[in-house]
Design a protein around this ligand. Structure first.
Ligand SMILES: [Zn+2]
Length: 552
């Protein structure tokens, strides 16, 4: 007796399978695609149930978010204070806030219903770069409350603002503090910004925010799943996690539930532990993988961020003259990790933002490959925002794939042109067209929660390259809608070594679909981000966005 067969009929199916790009019906059995075509052909598989609920919708392969963090699910329990409108896991769109006064007003409104037993009031997503460099101060947040602790996390997650009660609670509201991450005000007391994990720790650990950062809790994993359904995502990474045993046990339990809608791919972060320990841990984790929890990959972070001036840039450096950025990982540690991972058959994803970091990662991998030749190692550079054409040719020659940060053009493109890298190099950032031309397999991503999880928006960014001010940044690096859609499906699946299972709708693959209200290839390219998402089908299970709300 074989399992029941369901044939879904859709207005149109865009399969991403070059042998059959379009169809009207897809047959599903055991959570996998049995066949694609028309009903008559598929009926040859025998008795089946015809499901016509998508007769008005367009099916694409389920979107694959190749660089996101489960923290996106955790942060929504706090108050969104970002510059741009953003949808929460329950479908509510939060308007962006356009000034520090507006941030204060939003936090004050939230404070009225905030239960002090939950700890300090916390805002997130804040970025002073949009406010002409005016920084948020302790006094700004004292206007939210002079008595109760209030925190404001920056979009970068590398800086935390605190008001006077929050600083006092952590013993920081005093004169004489000498710490590079704690700028002082004219009164000699901390001005309110805490920069870097070290400076943030005393306040963050008291508030529980550090645990939120690790993101491993039940509610966060579920909220993340709801957001995925709303955005058409059926597979998503949690790109850097310490993955302690408790977190893996929890992830295995939740992703194993019939109602959990996403396949999660958490990567073990290489940070602090000796390299051999990280390799052994990743190998052990790989053995605990299930269909919806894929373990056994490593993430390394080589430098910082370009807008934070902590990325490593080659000559001529930052446009505004800022000193070069930081190595977040000693280059020799990455050298050892590459060699040992290749020997063990493990994949490493490496965060490189600046072009000096990208150059170093390619150099180190080429060295490691001489000692450990590895067919199809599929190492990936993440972000890789500033690579030039010659570096893409080196990536191709080295067998590297790349996951480009397409959303950056919109969120920080104006700032990149004005101050970080200047008008010339800003045009080549996140060079999708060059990747395509040079034959480097590529994906595009959101790095949620840094920017919103929403692959159609990410594709729109790569297609249009518009900045927040409406300027086109790098028109020659624009790509077509079809190429952008491929990047958020098969392209991202490729970076995870999962393109044999997901990323297109074809026989044998998982029955993972993004269910859209319109055909993204028929709407005007500038409307791509506005195509409605009905929901998803994941492993053959149907999830409606409308049904995704907090229960209980
Ligand atoms: Zn990230």
């Amino acid at each position: 007796m074989s399992a029941p067969v369901t044939i879904f009929r859709a207005r149109l199916i865009r399969t991403m399978d070059p042998a059959r790009p379009e169809a009207t019906h897809v047959a599903v059995r055991d959570g996998r695609v049995l066949g694609v075509g028309d009903r008559e052909t598929l009926a040859g598989w025998g008795p089946h149930e015809l499901d016509e609920r998508f007769a008005g919708q367009v099916l694409l392969p389920g979107f694959v978010e190749g660089h996101s963090h489960l923290m996106e699910g955790a942060l929504w329990r706090h108050v969104y204070c970002g510059r741009f409108d953003r949808m929460d896991p329950d479908g509510r769109v939060w308007p962006g806030v356009g000034s520090i006064d507006a941030v204060v007003a939003r936090l004050r409104e939230a404070l009225a219903t905030h239960d002090p037993a939950r700890g300090p009031l916390i805002g997130w997503g804040f970025d002073p770069i949009y406010f002409d460099g005016r920084r948020c101060t302790r006094q700004d947040l004292d206007r939210v409350s002079p008595e109760r602790p209030v925190l404001l996390s920056h979009a970068s997650l590398h800086i935390l603002n605190a008001n006077s009660p929050a600083l006092a609670g952590a013993g920081l509201l005093r004169a004489g503090i000498e710490h590079p991450g704690v700028p002082l005000g004219e009164d000699g007391l901390p001005a309110g910004e805490l920069k870097g994990p070290d400076a943030m720790m005393p306040v963050a650990s008291r508030s529980g925010l550090d645990r939120v950062m690790l993101a491993g809790d039940d509610a966060a994993i579920r909220a993340f799943g709801r957001l995925c359904v709303r955005t058409g995502v059926t597979t998503a990474t949690d790109l850097a996690s310490p993955l302690p045993d408790e977190a893996v046990t929890l992830l295995a339990a939740i992703t194993g539930e019939d109602a959990y809608p996403v396949r999660l791919v958490p990567l073990l972060r290489l940070m602090g532990q000796p390299v051999p320990e990280a390799i052994a841990r990743a190998l052990a984790l790989r053995g605990r993988s299930t269909d919806r929890l894929r373990l056994g990959r490593i993430k390394a972070v080589l430098d910082g961020s370009i807008q934070g001036f902590s990325a490593r840039l080659r000559w001529p450096g930052y446009y505004n003259g800022a000193p070069n950025g930081l190595w977040y990982l000693p280059p020799e540690t990455l050298r050892a990790a590459y060699a040992q991972a290749l020997a063990a058959g493990l994949q490493i994803h490496t965060h490189t933002n600046g072009d000096e970091a990208t150059e170093l990662a390619i150099d180190l991998l080429q060295d490691a490959l001489r000692a450990h030749p590895s067919p199809d190692h599929r190492f990936v550079l993440q972000h890789c925002q500033l690579a030039d054409a010659a570096q893409f040719r080196r990536m191709k020659a080295t067998g590297l794939s790349v996951n480009l940060f397409a959303n950056h053009h919109f969120h920080w493109g104006d700032q990149h042109r004005a101050s970080t890298v200047g008008p010339d190099r800003a045009e080549r950032m996140n060079a999708c067209a060059t990747a395509l031309r040079e034959g480097v397999p590529f994906a595009i991503h959101s790095d949620a929660p840094v920017t919103p999880l929403a692959p159609l928006f990410t594709a729109w960014c790569a297609v249009n390259r518009l900045t927040a001010s409406g300027a086109t940044l790098g028109e020659h690096e624009r790509i077509g809608v079809a190429e952008a859609l491929r990047a958020v499906t098969l392209g991202a699946a490729h970076t995870l070594h999962l393109d044999g299972e997901i990323g297109s709708i074809e026989c044998g693959k998982r029955a993972d679909f993004a269910v859209l209200e319109d055909d993204p290839l028929s709407v005007a390219p500038e409307r791509l981000k506005d195509v409605g998402v009905w929901g998803t089908v994941q492993d053959g299970r149907v999830f409606a966005a409308q049904a995704q709300a907090v229960r209980g």
